[in-house]
Design a protein around this ligand. Structure first.
Ligand SMILES: [Zn+2]
Length: 197
C-alpha cells in the first residue's frame, strides 16, 4: 500500500512541494498566490469542487499563474465515514470542475478499496511529510513556524490551508516560511501529473 501514495519527492534535490488544501477562497487564495509569485514559487492546490463552483474567478487565478490543481472531493468528505460509492461519486463530481489526476483525501483518510479504484482510474494520491498546523486553533504561529523549519527536507510535501479558518495563522506563517526557504536555497515546485512522478 505504501507505494500507492506520494509522500515526498526526491530527497536529493533542493526542491520542496508546497501544497494548499480546502480552497479556492477569495482573498486567502489571492494572498497566497501573490506571495508565491514574489518568490517565483509554484505550488499545488487541492481544491474542494463546491468552492470551485462558488468562486470560479479565484480558481481561475491558480491556472493563470501556472500552479497545479488537485482534487479534494466535491464536499470535503471523510472516507472513513462515507459509503464507498458516494465517496467515489463525490470525487467524480469534483473532477468535472477540477481537471486533474492528482487527489488528496480530506483529513488524510482513505481506505484500501478507494485507493485501488483511484489508482485504476489513473489517479496519483498525494499525502505529505510535513504538516504546517495552520488549521490547529491550539497552536501558535511561532510554534508552527518552528516545527516547519525543523522538519523541512529536500523533497518535502508541505501542507497548508488556503481557507478562512486558517488564514489568521497562515498570514503570519507563510511570509516567514517562504523567506526561510529562499534563504536556505530551496525552490518550490508544483507536483507533476501522475505520468511523470
Ligand atoms: Zn481538506
Amino acid at each position: 500500500m505504501f507505494k500507492n501514495y506520494y509522500w515526498h519527492g526526491n530527497r536529493g534535490e533542493k526542491t520542496v512541494y508546497l501544497t494548499f488544501d480546502d480552497g479556492p477562497t477569495p482573498l486567502v487564495t489571492d494572498f497566497v498566490t501573490d506571495l508565491l509569485s514574489q518568490y517565483g514559487f509554484k505550488a499545488t492546490f487541492f481544491c474542494i469542487g463546491d468552492k470551485v463552483d462558488r468562486y470560479p474567478a479565484t480558481y481561475k487565478l491558480l491556472e493563470n499563474q501556472g500552479h497545479q490543481v488537485g482534487n479534494h472531493t466535491y464536499h470535503h468528505l471523510n472516507a472513513w465515514t462515507t459509503k464507498k460509492n458516494r465517496y467515489l461519486d463525490n470525487i467524480d463530481e469534483c473532477s468535472k470542475v477540477v481537471d486533474t489526476k492528482l487527489f488528496r483525501p480530506p483529513y488524510g483518510r482513505i481506505t484500501s478499496t478507494v485507493t485501488k479504484r483511484l489508482i485504476n482510474k489513473g489517479y496519483q494520491i498525494v499525502l505529505w511529510d510535513v504538516l504546517s498546523g495552520d488549521f490547529d486553533q491550539k497552536r501558535t504561529a511561532a510554534s508552527c513556524l518552528k516545527n516547519l523549519k525543523k522538519n523541512t527536507r529536500n523533497g518535502s510535501v508541505i501542507v497548508f490551508h488556503d481557507s478562512d479558518k486558517s488564514f489568521e495563522k497562515l498570514k503570519i506563517i507563510l511570509p516567514k516560511y517562504l523567506k526561510f526557504l529562499k534563504e536556505k536555497g530551496w525552490d518550490s515546485k508544483s507536483i507533476s501529473k501522475p505520468a511523470s512522478i
